[in-house]
Design a protein around this ligand. Structure first.
Ligand SMILES: [Zn+2]
Ligand SMILES: [Zn+2]
Length: 360
């Protein structure tokens, strides 16, 4: 008993001493310097860009609904030493920056459609990757309408770009490199996937999806050295998407749990919030449920399904379990619920997909 008491006293003294030590300026300075260095160091990210896998990094897993730890839709596809960003939802640049992804390695942005939850951070991606040393205008691919979105962001950031060059000099920030270039993509009338562009061994295809009344809305397929992944964008369960995803290794599909949305509708009704009620009545018509997303992956024969653009974004394990109710009945395994930082690696040697969470 006496030993226990002494142990407790020693522990308490150490705790108090530790707290007191944290008030010593020299120790505080050491801690601050170490934190600054670890936030700025991108060297440990080099393996992400090694030419040994096709990778998908979730930079935004949420939907328009707010979530404390999730940005709005954003997926970064990493191949051939660069990353391509599919959608730039609000908060997604911040997520990539926290994950210390080197901005200068950006190959371009691909937009699936122009809902605000998919384009909100476009200006930030452009500005921040320019400052990081991109060295050329930022290419932005998308369906018809992308010219207007890009022109609008270029204009709204024009004053800021001027300030940056005036402050840091044209040698560091040449004005011409700070612009975005729109690359509108034509869609096949039969809905088949068409080549959008190539980058060495990387081929990116675009296909239409169904997000009525939003037209056009598209998804993308990435093929690189024998591995492939498909991104749905916002859509209902869609036949063109199933065709485009055939034979792919990974399907990243949006998911909205309409049972939970119905409960949100009831709550909005009870709280006398009719405008919110109306929105919650409308949204099931143009999204895909988790069970339907599983059916799409099954129909396309895709071994790994990543659900993202989660509506509503599950805040904990219980909510995740409710979100996925019914999925196990249609698909045995091969389902991942995205979080910000989820990283899926498809090795180029044909090995199994590796799933992890990239931490800041
Ligand atoms: Zn949408
Ligand atoms: Zn959306």
């Amino acid at each position: 008993m006496k030993k226990l008491l002494i142990g407790a006293i020693v522990l308490a003294a150490l705790a108090v001493g530790g707290l007191a030590a944290l008030q010593i300026p020299a120790l505080q300075d050491r801690l601050i310097e170490a934190a600054i260095r670890s936030r700025m160091d991108e060297s440990d990210r080099a393996p992400l860009f090694a030419d040994d896998a096709l990778r998908l990094l979730v930079c935004g897993s949420s939907s328009p609904l707010p979530a404390p730890d999730r940005a709005r839709p954003c997926l970064a596809v990493i191949a051939a030493g660069r990353f391509y960003v599919v959608d730039t939802g609000p908060g997604s640049w911040n997520r990539l920056a926290l994950l210390r992804i080197p901005g200068q390695r950006i190959g371009g942005v691909l937009l699936t459609h122009f809902h605000s939850d998919h384009i909100g951070d476009l200006g930030e991606f452009n500005l921040q990757t320019w400052v990081a040393g991109r060295g050329a205008p930022l290419k932005v691919w998308g369906p018809a309408g992308v010219e207007r979105v890009v022109a609008g962001f270029n204009e709204s950031y024009a004053l800021d770009a001027g300030y940056r060059t005036a402050h840091h000099g044209a040698a560091l920030l040449p004005p011409a490199d700070g612009m975005m270039e729109a690359h509108p993509l034509a869609l096949a009338t039969d809905g088949s996937a068409q080549v959008a562009f190539t980058d060495g061994d990387l081929t990116v295809r675009v296909f239409p999806v169904t997000h009525t009344p939003i037209e056009p809305a598209v998804g993308y397929r990435f093929d690189y050295k024998g591995r492939s992944l498909v991104i749905s964008g916002d859509t209902v369960k869609d036949a063109h998407l199933i065709e485009a995803a055939r034979g792919a290794d990974l399907l990243a599909h949006e998911a909205q749990n309409n049972d939970i949305v119905a409960r949100m509708h009831d709550a909005a009704s009870a709280l006398d919030r009719p405008r919110l009620q109306k929105v919650l009545v409308d949204i099931p018509s143009y999204h895909t449920s988790p069970v339907e997303a599983a059916e799409v992956a099954n129909a396309a024969g895709v071994p790994l399904l990543l659900m993202y653009h989660l509506t509503p974004p599950p805040p904990n394990r219980i909510a995740e379990s409710v979100f996925l109710r019914g999925v196990a009945a249609v698909r045995k395994g091969g389902v991942v619920l995205a979080r910000d930082g989820t990283l899926i690696e498809l090795p180029l040697d044909g090995g199994r997909a590796k799933i992890s969470i990239l931490r800041p």
